[in-house]
Design a protein around this ligand. Structure first.
Ligand code: COI
Length: 353
């Protein structure tokens, strides 16, 4: 893999800095290009510097682009581990297919990522709860205003040292059920990790924030009845000792943290089902006292307890507004594997050597 070195390294955030999410970027990035003639080519690690693009480039007009989110963790023995990258490459290629972007060789992306991580290793933060967030992205680069799939793309990976996704850390989040706007519909792009999904969610997100909520809890587009996801997290509810998460019906992102939690729950013999679950069922359980816990899962959000849900102007408190035992068990199990402080029976840690 070609490496283009920087003349001078950037200044890193000091230990103890509140990193937040996605404010700092490392010295290097991985890039590769696609053209119809050459396929994916010109893979290299190069300085993370601004690039310039013609304003007629298709990405600025039609958002034909996809991304992923992963994390790298410094291990107690000094090595670097990435959590389940093969799952992300596979999902990224599924998103690519949905968005008419040519699939890429996962081995090449992995080699690029590992080369990049070795060069930027000193950027991996070590304060508790921090990690190096990995953002692989593909955008169309053809200069063209016709609405057609293109023949030119750029794949890049940038890295960002991050703290917790929510400003309040592990304090339970407050969600507001969205019954006006829609995030995704079956047959749309909801299960692909494409740029437009996130743009489409911003209006509802902003209105939620104005009312003092962290995020929006999306319902299905057709009936506004079934719980879907939170946009940055998949949702789980613990009702009468059973864990329920919305089934992947086509409009929900198939989260890798979600999939990992399902496996841990099943292996521990905790009853868990993937099915459609209506907001009425969730709130009826809150009213009769059987809704023990609610939490969200995601790469950025990890496992985030949900302490309050507002629906049609009524607030429903969950689990006394505290993190419940199943949420805590999953948080400890997943982060134990990620940070290398617990055994990894599933082989989910990929050590970068
Ligand atoms: C992630 O969890 O990695 C995401 O992509 C969610 C969000 C930060 C956009």
């Amino acid at each position: 893999m070609e490496i283009v070195r920087r003349q001078q390294l950037k200044e890193k955030p000091a230990k103890g800095t509140q990193l937040g999410f996605g404010h700092y970027f490392t010295d290097y990035m991985f890039t590769m290009k696609y053209t119809a003639e050459q396929g994916w080519h010109d893979a290299k690690v190069e300085p993370n510097e601004p690039k310039s693009f013609d304003l007629a480039t298709s990405i600025f007009h039609y958002a034909q682009g996809i991304f992923e989110g992963m994390k790298a963790f410094r291990q107690p023995d000094g090595t670097i581990a990435v959590f389940r990258p093969d799952e992300n490459w596979a999902r990224m290629n599924r998103s690519a297919t949905r968005m008419c972007i040519p699939n890429f060789p996962a081995e090449l992306a992995e080699e690029g990522l590992e080369t990049l991580l070795k060069l930027d290793a000193d950027w991996i933060p070590t304060d508790p709860g921090t990690a190096l967030y990995i953002r692989p992205t593909i955008v169309v680069t053809r200069v063209m205003l016709g609405v057609h799939a293109s023949t030119e793309y750029l794949f890049f990976i940038i890295l960002s040292p991050v703290g917790s996704y929510y400003a309040h850390g592990l304090e339970p989040t407050k969600l507001i059920v969205e019954d006006k706007y829609t995030r995704a519909t079956i047959g749309g792009t909801g299960e692909a990790k494409c740029l437009g999904n996130y743009a489409a969610s911003m209006k509802a997100g902003e209105e939620a924030e104005e009312k003092g909520f962290d995020q929006v809890l999306w319902l299905d587009a057709n009936e506004k009845k079934y719980v879907e996801e939170v946009g940055s997290m998949n949702m789980f509810f613990v009702i009468g000792g059973e864990v329920v998460t919305p089934a992947l019906v086509g409009s929900i992102l198939p989260g890798i943290t979600r999939k990992s939690c399902l496996q841990v729950l099943r292996d521990k013999g905790i009853p868990v089902t993937e099915r459609r679950i209506s907001i009425d069922e969730v709130l009826a359980a809150q009213k009769d006292g059987s809704l023990d816990e609610a939490f969200g899962t995601g790469t950025a959000a990890v496992i985030s307890p949900v302490g309050l849900i507002r629906y049609k102007d009524v607030d429903y408190t969950i689990g006394g507004g505290k993190m419940g035992p199943i949420t805590k068990m999953l948080y400890d199990t997943i982060t134990g594997i990620q940070y290398g402080t617990a055994p990894d029976p599933y082989g989910w840690r990929k050590i970068v050597r």
